[in-house]
Design a protein around this ligand. Structure first.
Ligand code: ARG
Length: 561
């Protein structure tokens, strides 16, 4: 909360204590309309309920007891009994200028995101996880958390048995393949496995060798992982993702813990044998048919699966990484999986009550016409192809610009457009991947915000005067812009709590829109004296908010475009 908002909250709460002996939280909100002033509280309405007194009368007594003259214009009462507050323009000016960084919170948040699978191209689902995950890491770090990134790469499983067997049979070395080649190898090995029982047997033996650490088998597997990670890293570099090699803690990393997971669950009496598999049946989890739903921890063939690995990951994150909060950025289809895993981990004592685990679920990226996103041939659309297209569109957009680094700017705008489109829609919803809309220079888009930032940069360069102290706020649109700027920190805190990056996008869009209105009605360069200096400071503060906001979203803010 910005300092002035917390002061006002305390004053209102004190007023409630003086007038009624009940110091309630005033839940101060931004006013919904400019004519309601700057902030609004429904405290009187809530108190009226408790006291059985008409709300407007309660509001009148509250306002009488309220002492905010030093900060606000006289408070007003609106509608059924809202208390409206309007900051004095001198208070507002001082608030724009204040900027206190967040103190470190001595809390660790582990963010599990991106998570592509070895030997498969990254698809748009991985794009969402990567883009949302990066933004959340930035935001969480900004508000003071210690952030630990964990890229839970899908690098383990029975399919590597058949892939290695296929490699051997074709006398290939995994190094000679690229990611596309690996994906094709996987498809060949799958067909072979399904049609040739002898090959299937060899593949199963190969899995055992892989899991028990046979050096040659491990070396082949390592090479496949390596080829894949190198490819993913190219995508991360293009996206400007903060993910590093050191953040990769794939499924394979938990292999040695899986037997312990089973042993501890058995000790805690949480496992039941069902058709030869070891399962946990948790109260409250039923299928559509009413049958209890199991978490399959160990399969009947002795192998461990996805769930066992996720349990081991929680145990590691709490036990070794000392997580206070664990965040999983994974599509909505895995909601039930995570609910069950969290419940089981709590029952097993791996996830203590004061450690939160949150599934940051997101919807599907759809193709044209809201259909599933596929190539014409029915395959998955490669992420790199989409990014290439976005950069091309951005480049076309910049065709008539001079004096800019065209290729660098096109990259910043094209990639920024794709990322912003992803982040700006409520993550729970599906969205249509529509490049025309993404690169549009108007509306709630990345290029619109980047342009607002670049235009401010140009204006400030022209101004020939640097100023960072807002002193005059006479015009209502000037006040509106200033007021919005003071909400930056609150917005970032909200994102860190709700894990919804679109709130920051909406906020930045509001800032850019308020900036447009300000340009129209408040000349900057042609004004004079204290007004000019103050407006330059307001522009400087706006530019800073846009730059910081885009930075948190992981979107470049070029100085010219
Ligand atoms: N690799 C998985 C996939 O592509 C997502 C992994 C999500 N993270 C986790 N801890 N299970 O579907």
């Amino acid at each position: 909360m910005s300092a002035v908002v917390s002061v006002l909250s305390t004053r209102l709460s004190n007023a409630a204590a003086t007038a009624f002996g009940t110091p309630l939280d005033p839940e101060l909100r931004s006013a919904t309309k400019p004519e309601f002033g700057h902030f609004q509280s429904n405290l009187a309405l809530r108190l009226a309920n408790q006291l059985g007194t008409p709300p407007r009368a309660v509001a009148a007594r509250l306002v009488e007891a309220l002492d905010v003259d030093d900060l606000c214009e006289p408070p007003t009462i609106a509608g059924p009994g809202f208390v409206n507050l309007t900051l004095r323009s001198s208070t507002l000016a001082a608030t724009v200028n204040e900027r206190t960084p967040f103190a470190p919170r001595d809390e660790t948040v582990v963010v599990d995101y991106s998570q592509p699978n070895v030997a498969k191209q990254m698809h748009v689902g991985h794009l969402r996880s990567t883009v949302i995950g990066d933004a959340l890491c930035n935001v969480l770090a900004y508000v003071g958390y210690r952030v630990v990134r964990q890229n839970h790469v899908g690098d383990w499983g029975t399919q590597y048995g058949m892939m290695i067997e296929q490699l051997l049979e074709e006398q290939l070395n995994a190094d000679s393949l690229d990611l596309q080649g690996l994906q094709e190898l996987y498809e060949r090995s799958r067909r072979h496995f399904d049609s040739d029982p002898a090959f299937a047997d060899l593949s199963r033996l190969r899995v055992v060798k892989l899991q028990s650490g046979d050096p040659d088998t491990r070396a082949s597997w390592r090479r496949m992982v390596e080829v894949s990670l190198a490819d993913f890293e190219q995508v991360y570099a293009r996206l400007g993702s903060g993910l590093q090699r050191a953040d990769v803690v794939g499924e394979s990393a938990y292999n040695d813990d899986l037997a312990k997971i089973v042993a501890e669950l058995l000790d805690a009496d949480l496992l039941t044998e069902s058709d030869g598999a070891l399962c946990a049946f948790l109260p409250g989890f039923h299928g559509r048919d009413g049958q209890p739903l199991p978490v399959i921890v160990q399969k009947s063939d002795g192998g461990f699966g996805y769930s066992a690995t996720d349990l081991a990951a929680i145990r590691h994150r709490v036990g070794s990484l000392k997580a206070d909060r664990i965040v999983y950025v994974v599509d909505h289809r895995q909601a039930l999986h995570f609910e069950m895993i969290f419940t089981l981990a709590q029952a097993a004592g791996w996830l203590p009550p004061d450690t939160s685990a949150e599934h940051v679920s997101f919807g599907t990226v759809l193709g044209p016409g809201g259909k599933p996103f596929k190539t014409r041939a029915g395959g998955t659309v490669k992420l790199t192809t989409l990014l290439d297209e976005a950069v091309e569109r951005a480049d076309a957009l910049l065709a008539d610009r001079t004096g800019i680094d065209r290729s660098a700017t096109a990259t910043a705008v094209g990639i920024g457009a794709v990322k912003y489109a992803d982040l700006s829609s409520d993550r729970g919803n599906d969205y249509v991947f529509d490049l025309d809309r993404m690169v549009a220079m108007t509306g709630n888009t990345g290029p619109y915000l980047q342009y607002a930032h670049a235009r401010l940069t140009r204006l400030l360069t022209k101004a020939g005067e640097a100023s960072t102290t807002v002193t005059v706020l006479d015009h209502p649109v000037e006040q509106r812009l200033a007021l919005l700027l003071t909400g930056f920190a609150d917005t970032v805190v909200q994102v860190s709590e709700t894990l919804q990056p679109h709130r920051l996008c909406t906020y930045l869009y509001d800032v850019a829109a308020a900036l447009s209105a300000f340009y129209e009605q408040c000349p900057v360069l042609t004004s004079a004296g204290a007004t000019r200096t103050s407006r330059i400071a307001l522009c400087t503060a706006t530019r800073q908010v846009l730059q910081d906001g885009l930075g948190l979203l992981g979107i470049a803010a070029p100085d010219a475009m």
